[in-house]
Structures are given as C-alpha cells and as structure tokens.
Ligand binder design. Structure first.
Ligand code: TTP
Ligand code: MG
Length: 453
C-alpha cells in the first residue's frame, strides 16, 4: 500500500439519467428511468429522484413503473450522448495525470503520483478532488460525479461510493481500516451473492467480521485464490497499479463449483447468472459483442472452449445465455463439470438506440411524463391498425423536425409520435403530436450541450 492517498476514483452520478436530464430540460429535478422500455425491459439506471421511489439498476422496467409515480419519464438509451459526455470527463482526468484507467463509461481511476506537480498531502488531494468535481460539472453541462481518494484502488473506489451523489471522500493514510471495517462485506469487489451468502451463514457480515477470520477459515469457505483475496482485502491490502487505457477485448464471467455438476438444468441456471453478469458489464461499458464463448472444465480437468459468432452484436443476458446453453448442450456434460465460463468478445461500441433492441414487444410506449397545463395532450393510442412507421421512434430518441426544430420523442402511440421540442440550451419546451410517418420528422444526432465548441 502507498504512503500517500494518491489514487483517485471517479464515478459519475446516475450517469445515463443525468445526461438525459441535461439534454431534456423538462426532466430536470424529476424522476427519470433509463432502460428497456418494452414489456420485458430492464432498468439501466434511475435518477436520484426515481430512486427515492425504489427504482434501481437491473430491476425490471415493469417493476419500476409500478413503483414510480405518474410523471416519471421512462427512456431508452442514447449511447452516443453518454459516450461523448464520458470522453469529455476522461479528458479532464488526463489533464490530472498521464495514468488514467477507465473502468467503464462513467468510472475511472487516476494515479495522482504519476504527475509530480501534485501536492499529495491530505489537504492537497482534497483540493484536487474538489476542483475536479467543479470542472466536471461545468464541462458536462451539469453532470456531477463522486470522488474517492485513498492509498489503493479499493479504498478510492469505496470512498467514491460513500457519499454519493456529488460526494468527495478522502481516506487519509492510516485510516483505511476504520473506514472499511464497518461496511458490509458485499461492498468489497469480488464478493458476489453466492460468496456473501456463504459468509453470512458463518456470521460474517461486515468487513471487520471478515478481518477477524483466519486465512485457513476463508480458504475453506471460498476456495484458495478467492479466500486469500478476501483475506487481503479485509486488511486493505491492494497494490494493483493504475493501468492506463485498458481496452476490453472481451467480457467474461466464470464459476468453479464445489462439486462436479452434471444436471443440465442446474448448469443452465449457472449460465443464466453468468450471462446476467456479463450483460451488466457490457452495458456498463457501452459495449456489445458478436461472439459468445463457453468455457468448460471437466471432472478430469480437461478444459475446452466452444464459441459461436452471431450475425449481429448482442448485450442482452437472455440472448447470451441462450447461445451459451446451446454450446453447452453441444459440448456435453458427461462425467461432470467442474468449471463453467461465459464470455462475449468481438466487441463494438453501441450505435445510438441499439441498447435495448430486441426487447420491443410492440406495445405502445411513451415516456409518460405528465403534460403541463396548456400544452398539447399526448397521443392516446388510437384503435387502428399499427403503422410500422411508429416503430422507428422510441422514447427519449433525438429527433429534428423541418419546421418545429430539434426535440426528443416523448411517446409513440399507434401511428403517431409525440415530440417535446426542447434541447440542453433551451427552456422546457412544448409537446406536439405528429403522424409517425411525418416526412418532416427525422432521427437526429444528440444535441450539443456546449454553447461554444
Ligand atoms: P453506475 O455507476 O453503477 O450507476 P449510475 O452512474 O447510474 O449511478 P450511481 O453511480 O450514482 O450510483 O453505472 C453507470 C452507468 O452504467 C449507468 O448510468 C447505467 C449503466 N448501467 C447499466 O446499464 N446496467 C446496470 O446494471 C448498471 C449498474 C449500470
Ligand atoms: Mg455512476
């Protein structure tokens, strides 16, 4: 561990939702949920206003709709806008140090010791964090971030999460255990639900409880490598360096079983859980991939991999799981399986609107934000045959109308589309309902939030 608190971790607050609120002034200060808007969609994130009602990442959108009040906006994702905002933030981090390691679109580590201009005293790094937060909010048009600074990556990351949103936590050298030990073990990276369950069963709930266990105990609970890792983390021992510009080539998850498994149904459930983890990580980094790989170690330690390349990129847990299950069925489970892994490679960055493709169940969807008095009412879905033209539009999408200007899709009924005409630099704007096949209405690029650029 370092002597100085020289590792900074930044995590933007409610990132996708914050970008939506920046670009859609009528949604500022209101509950916003970003994710799959179709019948089986999943929440990517919720604004803090929506979290107050219980909306959370990875919850089904249907559940979030039940929890959130009328007036909550449910929007699809606009990855081009998120990536552009992310690039601006990563640029600011690179001004602080040449050693910046992006961990996802909204998260990065910075090694402050790699630039000798910095005062690395506690006061010095506190000022660096404060000034950085201010510059981020200004450069992004109001997206805020939370910063943690400490002697290791683990401590910095835990710090950035301690006082969200818009937090700044500096863990002074020597104070690591005081901060760590009261926290639940699930706050440590690498303690998933299965490990947490096993730890709870033996009375380990906090990191402090974990630190009280011997290495032998932890190895018998979690296996050799994982147990040793937990032992170190509970003591705040983490000497992982900040590695600049690590570009993901694949995203994978794997699991070793305590006993060899043969039951296809049980293995199928394991695959589903791993596919969900892979999908979360892909989405967090705004990637999707075309090749799904299954890794399988048999009872006799022979290891094989099987992969399938699909015609288009995917990030959806169900599609990843379905492909991996097919690969497993092809490989066979005779004799028992000791380890399974699921990975996605051949990664590409999302195109705008791709995010939740494949989840559309054809039902009319709209952002469901309420309309202020005096504004045009949104389209009621009308009893007529669905017009394919309305499939082009999805809630939250950027559009431009030849006469009415720039705006975003507020909702689409059968054969109609409702647009709110506003942008990041305008006041909240009016909504208008148009035919979905209006030739004057076009899909558009994300608006620029900077007045000069
Ligand atoms: P997070 O940093 O985990 O979440 P957040 O920024 O929305 O909220 P906060 O950090 O304030 O708690 O993830 C960053 C973005 O990644 C998030 O805005 C949306 C996306 N994401 C998903 O698509 N699916 C997920 O399950 C999670 C957790 C995040
Ligand atoms: Mg975040």
């Amino acid at each position: 561990m370092r002597r100085e608190a020289s590792i900074l971790h930044l995590d933007l607050d409610a990132f996708f939702a914050a970008v939506e609120q920046r670009d859609k002034p009528s949604l500022r200060g209101r509950p916003v949920v970003v994710g799959g808007v179709g019948g089986r969609g999943v929440v990517a994130t919720a604004s803090y206003e929506a979290r107050a009602f219980g909306a959370r990442s990875a919850m089904s959108t249907a559940e979030a709709r039940r929890r959130c009040p009328a007036g909550t906006a449910f929007l699809g994702g606009r990855f081009a806008a998120y990536r552009r905002t992310s690039d601006v933030v990563m640029g600011l981090l690179r001004e602080l140090s040449p050693l910046v390691e992006p961990a996802s679109l909204d998260e990065a580590y910075v090694d402050l010791a790699a630039d000798d201009g910095h005062d690395l005293s506690v006061d010095g790094v506190t000022e660096i964090g404060r000034a950085l937060k201010e510059r981020i909010a200004e450069a992004t048009g109001g997206v805020t971030g939370s910063v943690g600074i400490g002697t290791s990556k683990m401590v910095a990351k835990i710090g950035s999460d301690l006082d969200k949103p818009n937090g700044l936590v500096v863990v002074a050298p020597g104070q690591e255990l005081e901060v760590l030990h009261p926290l639940p073990v699930t706050r440590l990276g690498g303690v998933g639900p299965a490990t947490a369950e096993r730890l709870h069963q033996v009375g380990v709930r906090t990191v402090g409880d974990l630190a009280a266990r011997s290495m032998t105990d932890l190895v018998s609970l979690a296996g050799r490598a994982h147990g040793a890792g937990l032992f170190a983390l509970a003591r705040a021992e983490d000497d992982r360096p900040v590695v600049p510009d690590r570009e993901a080539k694949s995203v994978s998850a794997e699991e070793t079983f305590e006993r060899d498994l043969t039951d296809l149904a049980v293995l199928g459930r394991e695959i589903d859980a791993m596919a969900a983890r892979v999908s979360d990580r892909l989405r967090g980094a705004a990637y999707s991939g075309r090749t799904v790989t299954l890794k399988l170690r048999r009872y006799d330690f022979t290891t094989l991999t099987r992969s399938q390349t699909l015609p288009h990129s995917i990030d959806d847990a169900r599609q990843i799981a379905a492909t991996a299950r097919r690969l497993l069925a092809g490989a066979g489970t005779e004799g028992g399986v000791r380890l399974l892994g699921v990975g996605v490679s051949g990664l590409s960055v999302y195109a705008q609107g791709d995010l939740f493709a494949g989840e559309d169940d054809g039902a009319p969807v709209e952002a469901t934000a309420e309309v202020a008095p005096g504004e045009a009412a949104p389209a009621e879905p009308v009893a007529e045959a669905p017009v394919p033209a309305d499939k082009r539009w999805w809630p939250g999408q950027d559009v431009c109308h030849d006469e009415l200007g720039a705006g975003w899709v507020w909702g689409r009924g059968l054969g109609r589309v409702t647009v709110r005409f506003e942008g990041p630099l305008t006041a909240p704007g009016p909504v208008r309902t148009l035919p979905a096949d209006d030739p004057a209405l076009h899909a558009a690029d994300p608006p620029d939030w900077r007045t000069t650029s």
